[in-house]
Write a protein that binds this ligand. Structure first.
Ligand code: NDP
Length: 477
């Protein structure tokens, strides 16, 4: 089998490899991907540092052309790359193709942004002096990504980093190197100069750690768990390095008595269980007022009965497998915890056997949960949802905000008053009205508050806040 190698200083290198296994069919090896070392990482950082002076001064047309070419190729290969994504991560083929299209759109967006780079020229408060405010690239950006969005998250970090003139060392999650390798290959062939984008696949504790330890990495953008995020933060503070963290969520979806039942059920089923619940924006807490509670539970349970859990590549599958054995154990451990805490298992909770061996778990709904239970406070990151009954809107809002996280929050209501109040008073970074808490646009800011995020927002033109450093220059006229 071919080994997909690391890209360091424009050369494909590496002979040790790790198997990329399909969670829908554990007999299938998706590919062999290089297992990078700390030395590989240091070489990649040195290459990125050497490439920075020229790339940071490259013309914006060159950056536009490369980013546009990448976006076009990803779109042209959406079915093939979507299938690779579904096979390595386990989300359904339509979801995987959708994510691939989104990656392409992100490259197209930043291809446009490259042509819109601008600063400000403003008068000084003192006479005869001019002030210019410009944005400079940061330098070498370390990119560390999780397994749950194997093409979109790398795209929304790589595209702005290149657009604003930075060079990159990129470490994807070890579980899903395939899509990352593909987009690095596409960008390399699109004409990026040597060393501008370096790929080092391998373990977080080796490759990721070597990035954290290097004084030559000037910025780190990280998406992943809260625990690893804390390590990124403390190592970055030590090096006086800029960093950005996107971490977990325990996103609430409030359902009020006046909600359109069909809209509420659709939003809850989609954001609680699609992508196997493995989205940082998943609605893992449903907070439902008394008047609609029983009707909502009955309708959601009926909906869950119709959802097909099976091989991600099979037509008709709504929910693919859990990503791996470790995550499956986390999910089943939490199901046990929920039972012991006294929540009522209203649906699911069991492992499923399918034609191909994989990590299949029923969508699982706990009712009669409280917001103090561990299943309602800790991020599970699987298809396991707690439903909490509350008296009224005021209690719903207080419960929604009573969490260490603050990524996304939703409300299902037909009341303009409650929708408006919720948008203003939710403590989350993203708020959805009559929509799933998961599922966002690519051209507007993405990110959370409290324990979910740290640093500037990602995506859209707000991405410039992280990937550039502002300079203020004064000139005597
Ligand atoms: P992890 O924190 O385990 O891993 C994230 C990345 O960090 C991986 O590439 C991992 O490498 C790497 N890593 C692990 N240890 C280190 C280290 N010591 N130094 C540097 N890098 C390291 O998270 P998961 O991949 O398990 O992703 C799931 C988590 O991500 C969930 O908590 C989820 O909520 C969060 N997430 C947040 C999003 C957001 O935008 N807020 C979006 C998507 C996910 P390795 O390959 O070895 O695992």
């Amino acid at each position: 089998m071919t080994i997909y190698q690391n890209l360091i200083a424009g050369e494909w290198v590496g002979s040790d490899a790790t198997k990329n296994i399909n969670p829908s069919d554990t007999n299938e090896v998706v590919g062999l991907y290089a297992d990078g070392t700390a030395e590989d990482t240091r070489n990649a950082i040195a290459a990125a540092k050497a490439a920075f002076p020229a790339w940071s001064r490259s013309g914006i047309w060159e950056r536009h052309v490369i980013l546009k070419k990448a976006g076009d190729e990803i779109m042209a290969r959406k079915d093939e790359l979507g299938a690779l994504l579904a096979r390595e991560e386990g989300k359904t083929l339509p979801e995987a193709i959708g994510e691939t299209i989104r990656a392409s759109q992100i490259f197209e967006f930043f291809a446009g942004e490259a042509l819109r780079l601008a600063g400000e020229v403003i008068p000084s408060v003192r006479p005869n002096i001019g002030v210019e405010i410009t944005r400079d690239p940061l330098g070498v950006i370390g990119i560390i990504t999780p397994w749950n969005f194997p093409i979109a998250i790398p795209a929304w970090k790589i595209a702005p980093a290149l657009c604003y003139g930075n060079t990159i060392v990129f470490k994807p999650a070890e579980l899903v190197p395939g899509c990352s390798w593909a987009i690095v290959d596409i960008l390399h062939r699109a004409g990026l100069p040597k060393g501008v984008l370096n790929l080092v696949m391998g373990k977080g504790s080796v490759v990721g750690q070597a990035m954290l330890d290097s004084p030559d990495v000037t910025g780190i953008t990280f998406t992943g768990s809260t625990g690893t995020g804390r390590r990124v933060a403390s190592a970055s503070i030590e090096h006086n390095r800029k960093f950005q963290l996107e971490m977990g969520g325990k996103n609430p979806m409030v359902v009020l008595d006046d909600a359109d039942l069909a809209v509420a059920v659709e939003a809850a089923a989609n954001s609680g269980f699609f992508s196997t619940g493995q989205r940082c924006t998943a609605s893992s807490r449903l907070i439902v007022t008394e008047g609609i509670h029983d009707k909502f539970v009955a309708a959601l349970t009926e909906k869950l009965k119709t959802l097909v859990v099976d091989n991600a590549m099979k037509a008709g599958t709504h929910i693919g497998p859990v990503v791996d054995e470790k995550q499956l154990k986390t999910d089943t451990d939490y199901i046990e915890i929920g039972r012991k805490e006294g929540a009522k298992l209203a649906f699911g909770g069991e492992l499923i056997t399918r034609e191909t061996p994989g990590f299949y778990l029923q969508p699982t709904l706990f009712t009669e949960a409280t917001n103090q239970m561990r299943i309602s406070r800790e991020e599970i990151f699987g298809p396991v949802v707690s439903l909490i009954r509350v008296r009224d809107y005021e209690e719903a809002l207080a419960t929604a905000n009573d969490t260490p996280f603050g990524l996304s929050a939703g409300i299902a209501t037909t009341s303009l008053k409650h929708a408006t109040h919720f948008k203003r008073n939710s403590e989350a970074g993203m708020v959805m009205v009559n929509l799933p808490t998961a599922g966002v646009d690519f051209h507007v800011p993405f990110g959370g508050r409290k324990g979910s995020s740290y640093g500037p927002r990602e995506q859209g033109k707000y991405a410039a806040e992280f990937y550039t450093s502002v300079k203020t220059a004064y000139t005597l006229a």
